[in-house]
Write a protein that binds this ligand. Structure first.
Ligand code: MIC
Ligand code: SF4
Length: 645
């Protein structure tokens, strides 16, 4: 039977289940990655599993998010990460080496392999024909221990590209066009497989911009075939041996086909505060801009930075604009330094940050009050920049550089001829900022600073769950809404009690205090609850505060799994219209939990205050039901190891 490319990689790695859309499958994971913001928790969980060494082909620990080091805490975390990596056979990528996704694409991603990363933009490596997925840290810890990674078998969507990109139109515009058409929930439960005559002209760095931002569609993954372009890139990275040709079979069947004519695209941008609020740049041209940020795992490759360097050469940034550039990797920074593009950027007035996530995760460079910030990034959720009333627009590097020069949103097509930047035929290869695992790891001592607090856990779930409604939230609640990031909160990622003071900070500051006083309770959400980042802290911290269940109209995939992994019931309303009848403070009760879950029945929730009932579904696999009933994945694994359940 003709197979899609995604189905081939899945079939190659299938260890459990059947490949029927929506049914749970277990996949063998070849490679894992973590970053420092999710990594400390992931490795604490890996340590709790109790293995000496990771059981993957390759596991890499990156440091790219918490780089401000305003006090000892981030630095302590880096030391913990470095020592725990050495102790357990993990490659350590030192701070300064770059953003996990960019660096992984450059140095490790390989066609046909599976990659699981504790970060939602892990599908970036799908640009190389790899099945790369984001997950919560606990799922990554479990995969490092050699266990399969479980997901519902996704539907596979074909994105058929024809034509070629006109001048000044970039890869970012392709994914923005998809977001415009399909929205931030258009990819839930799906893999996007790119295909068609239009892909031949797209280099791997351009493809990676597209697969990276498939995360904003809510997709499980996005991938390109492995073809001549893939070979060119791997060869230029000195990794030709990792190449193998891979593509879908002719006549493979997809659940849907989306066609995009590249020749008909124009420069686009996403307006505040969602990545799917996409309009043509020409529609908002002339809007004054206060800040321009170029970088992030979406648009910080050598090609992006060379393009910006060429556009800025001999010019100066507009007086009202602060331009910040954060290179994606040490390789990219070294190469633009050698080519002279870095000098052009500095001379034009750009402020250069170290190779890392930086402003993308609100680690510095917060815009002024009410400011407009145009960024080559992938997320523009309200408040994520660190300034609650700033308006963040998202666009490709060309559109960003154009605004940096003119001071207003500018269609780059009005600037004359586009710079012609080719992908390097040879990248600078210098892997000395990776620390490889050592053979004899027994004497390595893992160093834990005072900010690393023990993992919170939950007891086996009671058969009756009762509590008050602590919060009623709307549609598309992001994990940034649930557990904000930024320079105040990120240093606390290994200290759940301290972090808990910030839960739902952008929606309702009184949440943590009320949750503790009430002894926990329920959260009510709308559609696509928990979209955005993979951060399991958005589940762990509510669990610490006693949240028993989140009842929503629908969930984002990674967050749904994270909730179950920490022992919070993710429950979907059978009739979404009842959401409006559930009020803040209502007392809810669910009885007979075990029996209902195990017999595959819907759960009945009694609204004790209102005197009425409604039905919810757990939408969990049999394995996940046991995980949640056990009070979370760590308890479940321990119970399994003891042979009980
Ligand atoms: C993000 O872009 O939101 C992050 C920060 O990279 C997160 C991970 C995290 O919260 O640590 C992600 O995308 O998963
Ligand atoms: Fe880092 Fe931003 Fe990419 Fe997340 S989206 S990994 S914060 S650069």
């Amino acid at each position: 039977m003709s197979q899609t490319l995604a189905a081939k990689i899945i079939a190659d790695h299938l260890v459990d289940g059947q490949m029927l859309p929506g049914k749970e499958i277990g996949l063998r994971i070849d490679q894992t990655l973590t970053q420092d913001a999710t990594g400390t928790m992931t490795y604490l969980q890996f340590e709790a599993i109790g293995l000496d060494r990771v059981r993957t082909e390759l596991s890499v620990s990156y440091v790219d998010h918490n780089m401000l080091q305003t006090d000892f805490r981030n630095a302590d975390d880096h030391r913990y990460l470095q020592t725990v990596a050495a102790r357990h056979g993990i490659v350590f990528s030192r701070p300064g080496n770059g953003i996990c996704h960019q660096v992984h694409l450059e140095r490790f991603g390989a066609p046909g392999k599976t990659l699981l990363g504790a970060d939602s933009h892990t599908p970036t490596s799908g640009g190389l024909g790899m099945l790369a997925m984001g997950a919560g840290g606990l799922d990554v810890a479990v995969a490092m221990a050699g266990h399969p990674y479980y997901i519902p078998m996704p539907e596979i969507v074909r994105v058929y590209l024809t034509g070629s990109l006109p001048a000044w139109v970039s890869a970012k515009d392709i994914i923005l066009e998809l977001l415009r058409r399909l929205s931030v929930k258009g990819g839930v439960g799906r893999i996007f497989e790119y295909d068609g005559p239009g892909i031949a002209g797209l280099t791997v760095p351009q493809r990676a911009t597209i697969t990276n931002m498939g995360a904003e569609l809510g997709a499980t993954s996005s991938l390109f075939p492995s073809d001549e372009q893939t070979l060119r890139y791997l060869r230029a990275q000195g990794r030709e041996q990792d190449w193998r040709p891979l593509a879908a079979d002719p006549g493979a069947e997809y659940s849907q086909t989306v066609e995009i004519d590249l020749s008909a695209l124009e420069p686009m941008l996403a307006t505040p505060h969602m990545p799917d609020r996409v309009v043509p740049v020409s529609q908002v041209a002339g809007t004054p801009v206060d800040q321009v940020c170029i970088g992030s795992c979406t648009n910080s490759s050598v090609m992006d930075l060379e393009t910006v360097g060429a556009m800025l050469q001999g010019k100066i940034v507009a007086p009202g604009v602060s331009l910040v550039v954060s290179p994606g990797s040490r390789q990219a920074l070294a190469m633009i330094s050698r080519s002279g593009a870095l000098t052009s950027l500095i001379a034009a007035g750009a402020r250069i940050l170290d190779a890392g996530c930086g402003p993308c995760i609100g680690m510095g460079q917060s815009p002024a009050s009410g400011a407009i910030s145009l960024r080559s990034f992938n997320r523009n959720f309200k408040g994520r920049s660190g300034t609650a009333d700033a308006g963040v627009f998202l666009a490709g590097a060309e559109v960003c550089a154009a605004a940096a020069l003119t001071g207003v949103i500018t269609d780059p097509r009005t600037l004359g001829e586009a710079p012609c930047v080719a992908m390097p035929e040879q990248y600078d290869i210098d892997d000395r900022m990776f620390i490889p695992p050592v053979e004899d790891n027994t004497s390595i001592v893992v160093v834990r600073g005072p900010n690393i607090k023990p993992l919170p856990t939950r007891d086996v779930l009671d058969d009756t769950q009762q509590g008050e409604v602590l919060l009623v939230a709307g549609d598309n609640i992001t994990t940034d809404d649930i557990m904000p990031a930024g320079s105040k909160v990120l240093p606390l990622r290994s200290n759940i009690p301290a972090m808990s003071e910030f839960v739902f900070g952008t929606i309702d500051r009184s949440f943590p205090e009320r949750a503790l006083a009430a002894g926990g309770g329920f959260v009510i959400g709308g559609e696509n609850y928990g979209q955005g980042s993979s951060r399991e802290h958005a589940a762990l911290v509510p669990m610490y505060l006693g949240v028993k269940a989140v009842i929503a109209k629908s969930f984002a995939r990674i967050h749904h799994a994270n909730l179950a992994n920490v022992g919070i019931l993710p429950l979907t309303l059978e009739d979404p219209t009842v959401a409006s009848r559930i009020k803040h403070g209502d007392l809810l009760r669910i009885a007979g939990l075990r029996h209902a879950l195990r017999s595959g029945r819907s759960l009945v929730v009694e609204n004790v205050t209102g005197g009425w009932q409604f039905t919810v579904n757990a939408d969990l696999s049999a394995r996940q039901e046991e995980v949640v009933l056990a009070g979370g994945m760590l308890n479940y694994i321990k119970l399994q190891t003891k042979g009980g359940a």
